[in-house]
Ligand binder design. Structure first.
Ligand SMILES: *[C@@H]1O[C@H](CO)[C@@H](O)[C@H](O)[C@H]1NC(C)=O
Ligand SMILES: *[C@@H]1O[C@H](CO)[C@@H](O)[C@H](O)[C@H]1NC(C)=O
Ligand SMILES: *[C@@H]1O[C@H](CO)[C@@H](O)[C@H](O)[C@H]1NC(C)=O
Length: 229
């Protein structure tokens, strides 16, 4: 009975998935509240791939993608550090640093990360360029309910936001898979533009073309600017 009630509650809360093709989330100001929560029914992930496009002029540290569970606030986190060319990738509260990434301000960057629970290897792709492959943590699945947040970095499940780590800018084309994409697939994500219907490769955990999400605070859904001047 309790389970049934829980299921009913979950169903009621879940919004109808929206097709956000040609759209982006705009995070226009620094706050410790505004964010978008991405919802999925998938659980028990033994591998992860996340891809998205982001645009910002932030020079301070900021989150790109924050996934928390009850056991780890940084169960899977892509974080851009203060230093201009450094990224931190996290799995189960362990991190690895990645240097000299081809990340540019004031332009769209295609960012992907993969992690595999068996090998514990995590990797970053920025604008189609793969990083070194590094060990972070292995031997567990992301098996607890996930709180996935854009625009803020979670220091606790669904909260613990810091205004000085808020994301200001735009994010689009977010996809997440429960397996690691091949190099070829990651190249395709980067190079085949999001307006190309033939790109064919939507995430099976999060899918920008059928996205279930909740917005809190000043986050706008706007049209993606034309890629042509
Ligand atoms: C992790 O998930 C995979 C795929 O769903 C499953 O085969 C495996 O048994 C899981 N491992 C644990 C420890 O739950
Ligand atoms: C994850 O999946 C595996 C294999 O299906 C199962 O044995 C395990 O109990 C699952 N763990 C959780 C927490 O659901
Ligand atoms: C954020 O940064 C500003 C400027 O450095 C500082 O004054 C403020 O205390 C910081 N706020 C928090 C919550 O850390």
């Amino acid at each position: 009975m309790a389970l049934l009630l829980l299921l009913v509650t979950l169903t009621t809360c879940a919004a109808t998935p929206q097709n956000l093709e040609y759209k982006m989330f705009t995070f226009p100001e620094a706050t410790n509240t505004a964010h978008t929560k991405l919802l999925t029914t998938k659980q028990n992930l033994s591998a992860v791939t996340v891809c998205l496009r982001s645009f910002t002029d932030l020079r301070r540290g900021h989150p790109i993608f924050s996934l928390a569970t009850s056991v780890a606030s940084n169960d899977f986190l892509i974080f851009k550090l203060d230093e201009s060319d450094l990224f931190d990738l996290w799995a189960r509260n362990k991190n690895a640093e990645f240097a000299l990434q081809d990340y540019k301000l004031n332009t769209w960057n295609a960012i992907c990360s993969t992690w595999d629970a068996t090998s514990g290897i995590i990797q970053l792709w920025v604008n189609g360029k793969p990083s070194s492959r590094k060990f972070v943590s292995s031997g567990f699945n992301i098996s607890e309910p996930m709180s996935i947040v854009l625009g803020q970095e979670q220091d606790s499940y669904g909260g613990g936001f810091d205004i000085n780590q808020s994301f200001i800018g735009m994010i689009s084309d977010v996809h997440m898979w429960d397996y690691t994409l091949s190099s070829r697939e990651l190249c395709t994500y980067t190079n085949e533009p999001w307006w190309d219907d033939n790109r064919n490769g939507n995430g099976n955990v999060l899918n920008w073309n059928a996205l279930d999400f909740q917005i809190t605070g000043r986050v706008l859904i706007e049209d993606m600017p034309s890629p042509y001047c």
